[in-house]
Design a protein around this ligand. Structure first.
Ligand code: AMP
Length: 250
């Protein structure tokens, strides 16, 4: 069984985001980019399933500009077998990504597709769900545990106040949450080996998908900065300020 892992190239999670002066979006010039952290968890999970004998091949796919190949190489260096790069010029919205992934799934026939629960750039949390709907497959989102057993998979999901376990008929969609695993670092020999692993280049048109955006960004703003604190001289003053200024005490 093949496992397909879609991986997105996003601004590295350590980078402090700068909004463009005209508010049209986030400034990406000279910014460190990395694999979306939830996708690293997805690659790790696919590799563990393969190591446990539940899968035979792990394929990473990225939809994006030429540099998305670096993100695919990261997945290959972690241990994935091969990559697919669907080359695009501008940003691609979740629905178009899901439609392209449907085309990839139809061509490859994976038993499981493991995506991140969300990409940390746009925080959409849509692609996995849309892909499940387009393919007509079951979905186990926000997974903290995945057990593949023959034609079925059991997914433990992170839900408000606890966890929920669902059983899915394969093929199925799984999206990863933070507690699923801790991704491995690529070793130097594996980084070298990854350079020789194949990456097929495709275009959205190969899957009959039009990536023209359907949404228009009206404005992007920085979060409101935190105001400075003050020091109080006594508990009496603190209580008085909480009552009269902060309005949090009756
Ligand atoms: P989103 O719905 O944008 O929050 O993304 C959820 C997940 O969909 C990500 O964690 C990836 O696994 C996958 N995904 C989204 N965009 C892309 C892309 N351009 N290329 C590959 N995978 C993607």
């Amino acid at each position: 069984m093949k496992i397909l892992v879609p991986v997105k190239r996003v601004v590295d999670y350590n980078v402090k985001i700068r909004v463009k002066p005209d508010g049209s979006g986030v400034d990406l010039t000279n910014v460190k980019m990395s694999m979306n952290p939830f996708d690293e968890i997805a690659v790790e999970e696919a590799l563990r399933q393969k190591e446990a004998g539940k899968a035979t091949e792990v394929i990473v796919v990225s939809i994006g500009p030429a540099q998305a190949v670096e993100t695919i190489r990261t997945g290959l260096a972690m241990g994935a077998d091969r990559g697919i790069h669907v080359k695009t010029d501008g940003p691609v919205e979740p629905l178009a990504v899901a439609k392209i992934l449907k085309g990839v799934a139809n061509a490859e026939g994976p038993g499981v597709i493991i995506l991140g629960k969300q990409a940390i750039d746009d925080d959409c949390n849509q692609t996995g769900q849309m892909l499940a709907a387009l393919l007509g497959w079951g979905q186990g989102t926000f997974a903290s545990k995945l057990v593949i057993d023959g034609e079925k998979a059991e997914v433990t999901r992170e839900v408000d106040g606890g966890s929920q376990t669902v059983e899915l008929k394969l093929p199925a969609i799984v999206t990863t949450d933070l507690r699923l695993n801790e991704p491995r670092y690529a070793s130097l020999p594996n980084i070298m080996k990854a350079k020789k692993k194949p990456i097929a280049e495709q275009s959205p048109a190969d899957y009959g998908v039009d990536t023209t955006p359907r949404l228009k960004v009206l404005k992007t703003v920085e979060p409101v900065g935190r105001k400075g604190g003050i020091k109080v001289a006594s508990v009496r003053e603190l209580v008085s300020k909480l009552k009269t200024e902060a309005g949090v005490l009756p």
